[in-house]
Design a protein around this ligand. Structure first.
Ligand SMILES: [Zn+2]
Length: 283
């Protein structure tokens, strides 16, 4: 890693188990704890995922100090690749539409332009080859990165309330299994997203979530009155697919609490830029 890259990075170390996540969320201190530990990195351009330590992939989310609100999608992804000092052969992202669709890059031969592929009407991507990268864009919605270290499969998912309601994360797990991966091997990292501390919804929507996901353990933890915890709900969905809780980690940044660092649609509305969450299979 070059000195320039090191200076741009915000490292969030340590594994958050769901129990720890819950304990911290209950106290409402999770985002604050992360903020305190990183106060000296006030203008970091990237949040680097510990998954990058696996050695064959690079995983990160951008802050507002790297991508301006006016940057278009492809320029934003190029900028992120440059900042991370990685140069994949093929990079794909979706025209996101809050669907629960996840596409497998394997076999898609048409539509590539200068190493980029834009897939319409889709909100998650899975790739299995060295030199491939996938990206999602969010501003409050939940960016979920999944990797299978044994098969070196990578995936990125955009899960807003609609995607979470329709369990897009589970669809991504299905595609990873299709590609030869196993839930018990998978590792998950969740980038900056609006936390249960800030995501207030209508009573009707909260009730719909409570009803649909009442069967999952911990419904009280992800729907508290009118506050939805989409991050925790994605974690529970992934755990119900067989992914170990200890293999799932959130970076700890709520986009609304930490709006000085991350774009938040709830705070900025249509003026909000986008966080790029990127996963590159480098080897
Ligand atoms: Zn918050």
């Amino acid at each position: 890693m070059s000195e320039g890259l090191a200076a741009n990075l915000l490292h969030i170390g340590g594994q958050e188990s769901l129990d720890t996540m819950e304990a911290k969320s209950v106290e409402g201190t999770m985002a604050r704890t992360a903020a305190e530990t990183t106060a000296s990195y006030a203008e970091s351009k990237l949040v680097l995922s510990p998954l990058s330590q696996l050695g064959w992939c690079t995983v990160a989310s951008t802050t507002r100090f790297l991508i301006s609100p006016r940057t278009d999608a492809q320029a934003a992804v190029r900028r992120t690749l440059e900042a991370l000092e990685v140069d994949p052969i093929q990079t794909a992202y979706c025209v996101q539409r809050h669907t629960s669709k996840v596409a497998l890059l394997e076999g898609i031969r048409r539509g590539w332009h200068n190493g980029f592929l834009v897939i319409p009407e889709c909100d998650g991507l899975v790739a299995c080859h060295a030199g491939q990268a996938v990206a999602v864009f969010t501003a409050d919605c939940v960016p979920v990165v999944m990797v299978d270290p044994l098969k070196r499969i990578i995936a990125a998912v955009h899960a807003g309330w609609r995607g979470t309601f329709h369990e897009i994360a589970k669809n991504a797990v299905r595609q990873i299994i299709e590609a030869g991966g196993r839930p018990s091997d998978m590792r998950v990292w969740i980038g900056p997203a609006i936390g249960g501390c800030c995501y207030e919804v209508s009573p009707e929507l909260a009730a719909a979530f409570r009803e649909k996901f009442g069967y999952l353990n911990g419904v009280q933890a992800f729907v508290r009155g009118r506050f939805l915890d989409l991050i925790r709900l994605n974690v529970l969905q992934l755990a119900s697919c067989g992914i170990l809780i200890d293999h799932i980690e959130w970076c700890g940044f709520c986009t609304k609490c930490r709006n000085g660092m991350f774009y938040s649609y709830r705070v900025e509305g249509d003026r909000a830029g986008r966080i790029v969450t990127l996963v590159v299979r480098t080897k």
